[in-house]
Design a protein around this ligand. Structure first.
Ligand SMILES: NC(=O)c1ccc[n+]([C@@H]2O[C@H](COP(=O)([O-])OP(=O)(O)OC[C@H]3O[C@@H](n4cnc5c(N)ncnc54)[C@H](OP(=O)(O)O)[C@@H]3O)[C@@H](O)[C@H]2O)c1
Length: 386
């Protein structure tokens, strides 16, 4: 038996009843609970991992709030969440070829690739029987892990921030760039204007834009996160100066600012991970032929836009999800050289994980939140602790 966090439908429903179904009052820490878990028996292609560190991810909040679907209910009453982790291989099945005991690995959460490799389901969320990594140990099939690039120049917490967010950003980037290039060749426009709205995934998207020689801007309400990106040559735009686009006048003022910053051109690629009012801001910031990509639904799933104006401006809206397994491998190559994530100043302990998720939902963190699971770290990992 190992300790692991779970989310049960009883707790989800009890908390919703306690707050009279008012989602904004749900206390996630009453729903994400420390539990016990019996590890699955090892199969020949399985690997047993000791989990070292994980990052806080929004799908935990979605599961606890049941704001998209009630996933604990759909999965039969309980899920063990956590789909981004750094682990140490402590046992391998007889048929495992790519990993040995002592290897340090990253998990990926593509739970069930379709015939082109894109996930139909996500591991530890809607993949049947998948047990997540917010626990002391886990048994996974070897296809679910990749080698951690320990010599990439990032510290342990920075590496732990990336297994879910970097492949998402890499996939968003490939899609946005590829779609734009169908419309406008490099010969016609070599340097694109690229905008990202708040959050870890958008930050990584902008790092890719910058590394590929494009102009990039980061529109965020967080001073600390803007400053971190500014240090990489990515100027910030304070989202709160536009009241987070609360009404039409704010969005218009934002449009003016974007025109000013881009010499009247607007943005060619936009990463909007939040939707809601930010969606309207994406539309007004768009240059002709722009591509707006998103894999998020944090503020709302439902969006509206003017299709005539999108059509006249040749704007493309694209929705993505997590990457393919080769995409995960390619994104992992970019750790340190392109992806240098901002980390929240507190590294949470295992027991503090519910508080971490609450604070992530409250949007009070200064970067991507990391939870240290193991007290004892292998030597090659402890050397990477700042
Ligand atoms: N489909 C996929 O494969 C996939 C993968 C990863 C993430 N996602 C989704 O993408 C979204 C973002 O994920 P992330 O990992 O980038 O998140 P993150 O690093 O936690 O950042 C979330 C950002 O949300 C912004 N925010 C929070 N509350 C806000 C509000 N009321 N108004 C405006 N902005 C607000 C904050 O921006 P400020 O800096 O402006 O405060 C914050 O930085 C989530 O919905 C997540 O579930 C989907």
């Amino acid at each position: 038996m190992v300790r692991a966090y779970s989310i049960s439908v009883e707790d989800v429903n009890a908390e919703r009843e306690r707050v009279d179904q008012d989602e904004s009052r749900v206390d996630i820490s009453r729903v994400v609970k420390m539990d016990q878990l019996e590890l699955a028996e090892m199969g020949s292609r399985d690997v047993r991992l000791r989990i070292l560190a994980v990052s806080g991810e929004h799908n935990i909040a979605h599961a606890a709030l049941a704001d998209t679907v009630n996933i604990a209910d759909l999965r039969g009453g309980k899920i063990y969440p956590g789909n981004s982790a750094v682990g140490e291989v402590v046992e391998t099945g007889a048929g495992v070829e790519r990993f040995s005991v002592g290897d340090i690995v990253l998990t990926h959460c593509n739970g069930q690739p379709d015939r082109f490799g894109y996930p139909i389901t996500i591991y530890a969320y809607d993949s049947a029987d998948s047990i997540g990594w917010y626990g002391e140990e886990a048994v996974v099939n070897e296809w679910q892990i990749v080698h951690a690039p320990l010599d990439c120049g990032l510290n342990l917490w920075e590496i732990a921030a990336l297994p879910l967010r970097a492949p998402t950003a890499y996939h968003l980037w490939r899609r946005a760039e590829g779609i734009f290039r169908v419309k406008v060749s490099e010969e016609r426009l070599s340097t694109m204007n690229v905008l990202g709205f708040g959050g870890g995934v958008s930050e990584l998207f902008l790092m890719l834009a910058k590394a590929r020689g494009h102009n990039a801007w980061f529109c965020s309400g967080s001073k600390e996160r803007r400053e971190a990106l500014e240090a990489m040559g990515i100027p910030g735009i304070d989202q709160k100066a536009f009241n987070r686009f609360a009404d039409r006048a704010d969005t218009k003022a934002f449009m003016k600012e974007i025109k000013k910053q881009t010499d009247g051109e607007g943005m060619h690629l936009i990463c909007d991970m939040l939707r809601g009012p930010v969606f309207e801001a994406s539309m007004v910031a768009s240059a002709r032929e722009a591509v707006v990509v998103s894999a998020g639904w944090q503020l709302t799933r439902e969006v509206q836009y003017n299709s005539a104006s999108a059509s006249i401006k040749q704007i493309t809206l694209d929705h993505t999800h997590y990457d393919t397994v080769p995409g995960v491998e390619a994104a992992t190559e970019l750790y340190g050289s392109v992806f240098r994530p901002t980390i929240h100043h507190e590294i949470y302990g295992f027991e503090d994980l519910p508080r971490c998720i609450v604070e992530m939902q409250e949007n009070t963190q200064t970067g991507i939140p990391i939870i240290r699971i193991a007290d004892q770290m292998p030597k090659k990992v402890s050397e990477l602790i700042p």
